[in-house]
Design a binder for this molecule. Structure first.
Ligand code: CMP
Length: 341
């Protein structure tokens, strides 16, 4: 069975037939519709890293060796810190402070000015956003024991966009606004340059405005993989969404052959500009298949909160692949059954 390309890639690949005209019109319509329905959002113009004085006094919160060790562990795997150099990482370790929270405590309230950015060491936190009309808080998701929040108001100089409430006892590491802007926002400016051209070529993102694409670039991080590396594993909880920047990613699934449950079948191979990892995020389910690097490859990665916040306008496009995945699986099943007969 041939590889199934991301549906929208096929749809948007250069073609001058009438179908394509229809598709283009449909895309434009969808873009207008999603733009019209979108909640009032922050302006990417608020992002001005050069407006901050690099000579600001460094913030230092003294820590015990134990605290520093715990903090180092917490930030080690966090996407937002992954592109910092050693000196910047030291500054982050110096500047962060510990904050413990109790059940029901509001860490952030929507509409407030942004003071700190927070990284979760322990505990669960609910995310609420007020309905724009009724003002009633709507539950939008949760952080379960890990993750980070509070970056948006600091990055875009806007009021808080969501309310974050601790649901049990927990522990956070905070970073003040000045340090965040000096280190993280400066780095994000470099990332924008790095991703701008690439993201403009990704068919999935074609319905986004340039400003929305900028925000995707701000939230993205590059991950490099060697041949055979597992990028995501079948059955694991879903945390990230991936776009291939360079190289090839092969998707394999096991367990569909009753006579040989460990047998893995290749479902798809993805390359530059194609995406994967969206299904489990959309369906809120464990990974349905595993993804492996085929040769060296590089992916741009978004975490689940950024995926939901930024790619909402692309959801219709993302959902179009679901029936195709299902059809592909039933075809594989049929093939397996026929072969075992
Ligand atoms: P900020 O606006 O500074 O404060 C609230 C934080 O909630 C926000 O940054 C994000 O880090 C986080 N958040 C999580 N999900 C969402 C969402 N859907 N929309 C906006 N903010 C969100």
């Amino acid at each position: 069975m041939g590889a199934l390309a991301n549906q929208d890639d096929e749809e948007m690949a250069g073609s001058d037939n009438d179908d394509h005209m229809d598709e283009a019109e449909e895309m434009a319509l969808m873009a207008r519709r999603t733009n019209a329905g979108r909640r009032k959002s922050v302006s990417a113009e608020g992002f001005d890293p050069d407006a901050d004085d690099d000579d600001d006094e460094r913030v230092i919160h003294p820590k015990t060796d134990g605290q520093r060790e715990r903090l180092s562990k917490v930030i080690a795997d966090m996407l937002i810190f992954s592109s910092l150099d050693t000196e910047q990482t030291q500054q982050v370790l110096d500047a962060m402070f510990e904050r413990t929270v109790s059940p029901g405590e509001h860490v952030i309230d929507e509409g407030d000015d942004g003071d700190n950015f927070y990284v979760i060491e322990r505990g669960n936190f609910d995310i609420f956003i007020n309905d724009p009309v009724t003002k009633v808080p709507q539950h939008k998701g949760a952080y379960k024991g890990s993750g980070a929040f509070g970056e948006l108001a600091l990055m875009y100089n806007c009021p808080r966009l969501a309310t974050i409430i601790a649901t049990d006892d927990g522990s956070l590491w905070g970073m003040d606004r000045t340090t965040f802007r000096r280190i993280i926002v400066k780095n994000a400016a470099r990332k924008r340059k790095q991703y701008e051209d690439f993201l403009a070529t990704v068919p999935l993102l074609s319905t986004l405005t340039p400003e929305e694409r900028m925000k995707v670039a701000d939230a993205m991080v590059t991950k490099n993989y060697e041949d055979g590396d597992v990028i995501l594993r079948q059955g694991d909880p879903a945390d990230y969404f991936y776009i291939v920047i360079e190289g090839e990613v092969v998707i394999r699934r096991r367990g569909d052959d009753p006579s040989n449950p460990d047998n893995e079948v290749v479902l798809n191979t993805y390359t530059n500009g194609q995406y994967f990892g969206e299904l489990a995020l959309i369906q809120n389910q464990p990974r349905a298949a595993s993804a492996f690097a085929q040769g060296q490859c590089r992916c741009a990665v978004l975490d689940v909160q950024a995926f939901e916040r930024l790619l909402g306008p692309c959801k219709e496009l993302l959902m179009r692949n679901i029936p195709l995945y299902e059809q592909q699986l039933s075809e594989i099943y049929q093939d397996l059954n026929m072969n075992s007969e």
